[in-house]
Design a protein around this ligand. Structure first.
Ligand code: GLU
Length: 551
């Protein structure tokens, strides 16, 4: 080791007294079975939980789960200026709400667990500086005292000469700075950053196998990029190398905006003597905008914020199952074969991810949700719906909890049957859907189908209210209507009516529509016999009387 390099290291980072060896021993290899993958997400708390972050978390989580590995979170908060208050809580609590379990790192907004921490970059400055100091000692990193103006000048000159911009080769002004020069600058109080002394050349190519996108070839990095900023805090590149090495990440699955940085990262791992992780770059979720595919945008699209789904009342499990269809092209086939299994049992393969970016399709989310909501038990619907309403629709919440047994009976209509109805995709549809079952929300509407005369409807209802019995089962309930039909000129059987429509005013089915309108104000509802049982005889008769008056 060159003595001047050692002096330089002590000059630049005088307070660092540990060697990398210390941390290598502090964070030993994980004791995991062969093939187990260690994955993570490393969000910056600069905004609220974004669909892209949730998606990346799911891909990382399921990769770890499928291999018996570990999924952890690490907070990248090196940019304190852009941090927002409550950002960590929002992201981590959001992941928890969506059932993305976190094995290690920030497991809640305020709680850290695991032996590889701290899991927050702002608390790891000493670790980064220890490794940087070692690179300086080895002559692989150096201080750069260039001011913003000087760097700008270099850029302008490169542009004028039509050259690639950046701090590399002969443009790297302080690449060979001596100890004496550096000391003089420091004595003057000049701020400095620490840069990598890149051993790479643009002429050389690096090739790596991306776990999602396949083989990728790029020029080697020759830029002396910044490792430590002037405040002693690392850049993303350096923190990534140190953290993912010390936390023993096997697979870095991150947004594909990082692909162009891979040559820097691979070079860093090599220089530091670390085994690089396997990289997989996830394409962003896209959206169709006037026929053209584009990235979902934080600014333009409400669905970019995960909060949107919560507010609309999409059940978190439905959203995750939908996102699985986006993540893996073979998920839907698996789902058809395993309709009731948890998505966690799916064997996820990164090679089944879309390379160009899968489309966000709200219709498909709606289908997945309707299907899953239809399978919930009424107690589960009660719990989920009231949870949602408590946060987003207080008026509805108060109505729902006023009489829990009644509400549960409402929610049980046409549920727990072999072919449940698939009407509701999200909880914000429930208020309108169930409105006629709650006095506070019921608005009568007596619009009869065109083929039914008012007088016939009234005669039918008059007859019907005398025979209605809540003890009837579905068959007996309909038989009562069929019995009345011929008395007022309607066919008891549809077949009869179809054979000679001129002989009848309509058929029993039309009369059940009249009854439906009288009792619910709607032409389409779930099973009317069950609805009437839940409403109770008195309420049904009251509603029929009101209809007779107003039709
Ligand atoms: N903070 C980075 C981001 O949010 C993390 C990228 C990574 O996963 O390494 O994009």
């Amino acid at each position: 080791m060159n003595n001047n390099n050692s002096l330089m290291a002590d000059l630049l980072l005088p307070d660092i007294d540990k060697l990398p060896q210390f941390y290598e021993e502090l964070y030993p290899a994980r004791n995991l079975p062969e093939g187990a993958r260690v994955t993570r997400i490393a969000p910056s708390p600069t905004g609220y939980l974004h669909l892209g972050t949730l998606f990346a978390a799911l891909v990382n989580r399921i990769t770890a789960t499928s291999t018996g590995g570990i999924f952890y979170t690490r907070i990248e908060d090196t940019d304190k200026k852009r941090e927002i208050e409550g950002g960590i809580e929002d992201i981590i609590d959001g992941l928890n709400r969506f059932g993305i379990s976190i094995d290690e790192g920030f497991v809640s907004g305020t709680e850290e667990s695991g032996k590889y921490g701290p899991y927050q970059q702002s608390r790891r400055a000493e670790i980064y500086q220890t490794y940087v100091k070692e690179l300086i000692r080895q002559g692989l990193a150096y201080p750069c005292f260039c001011t913003a103006e000087e760097l700008e000048q270099v850029r302008n000159e490169q542009e004028a000469q039509k050259l690639r911009t950046g701090y590399y080769g002969k443009w790297a002004k302080h690449r060979d700075i001596s100890y004496t020069e550096a000391k003089a600058f420091i004595d003057e109080g000049k701020p400095f950053v620490i840069r990598l002394k890149s051993p790479g050349s643009e002429e050389n190519k690096i090739v790596f196998e991306d776990a999602v996108k396949g083989k990728i070839e790029m020029p080697e990095n020759d830029e002396d990029f910044v490792l430590l900023k002037s405040d002693g805090i690392p850049t993303y590149h350096f923190a990534h190398a140190i953290d993912d090495h010390l936390m023993h990440t096997t697979h870095v699955l991150r947004g594909d905006e990082w692909i162009s940085s891979v040559p820097k990262h691979i070079q860093l791992f090599k220089i530091l003597g670390f085994k690089p992780p396997k990289y997989g770059h996830i394409s962003p979720i896209m959206k169709l905008d006037n026929g053209a595919k584009r990235k979902i945008s934080k600014r333009k699209d409400p669905e970019a914020a995960v909060h949107f789904f919560a507010e609309q009342g999409y059940d978190s499990e439905c959203v995750i199952n939908y996102l699985m269809t986006v993540a893996a092209s073979d998920f839907e086939d698996w789902r058809r074969a395993n309709p009731d299994a948890s998505y966690k049992e799916f064997k996820f393969n990164l090679k089944k991810m879309s390379v160009s970016g899968a489309l966000f399709d709200e219709n498909k989310l709606t289908d997945v949700s309707k299907n899953m909501v239809s399978k919930l038990k009424s107690d589960e619907v009660y719990a989920k719906l009231t949870d949602w309403a408590k946060e987003f629709d207080k008026e509805f919440y108060d109505i729902l909890i006023k009489n829990p047994d009644y509400t549960k009976a409402v929610l049980a209509i046409d549920r727990d049957v072999p072919k449940p109805r698939k009407d509701i995709a999200r909880w914000n549809e429930a208020k309108d859907y169930f409105a006629y079952l709650f006095d506070e929300l019921y608005i009568p509407c007596y619009e009869l189908p065109e083929n039914i005369q008012k007088a016939d409807a009234i005669s039918f209802l008059e007859e019907y209210k005398n025979v209605y019995s809540p003890d009837d089962d579905r068959q007996a309930w309909f038989d009562r209507i069929k019995e009345i039909a011929p008395k007022i000129g309607f066919a008891a059987e549809t077949k009869q009516y179809k054979a000679s429509p001129e002989e009848f005013k309509g058929h029993a089915g039309d009369l059940s529509t009249v009854l439906r309108i009288a009792v619910t104000g709607r032409r389409n509802t779930p099973d009317l016999c069950s609805i009437m049982q839940v409403l109770g005889k008195d309420e049904c008769i009251n509603r029929i009387n009101a209809a007779i008056k107003s039709i």
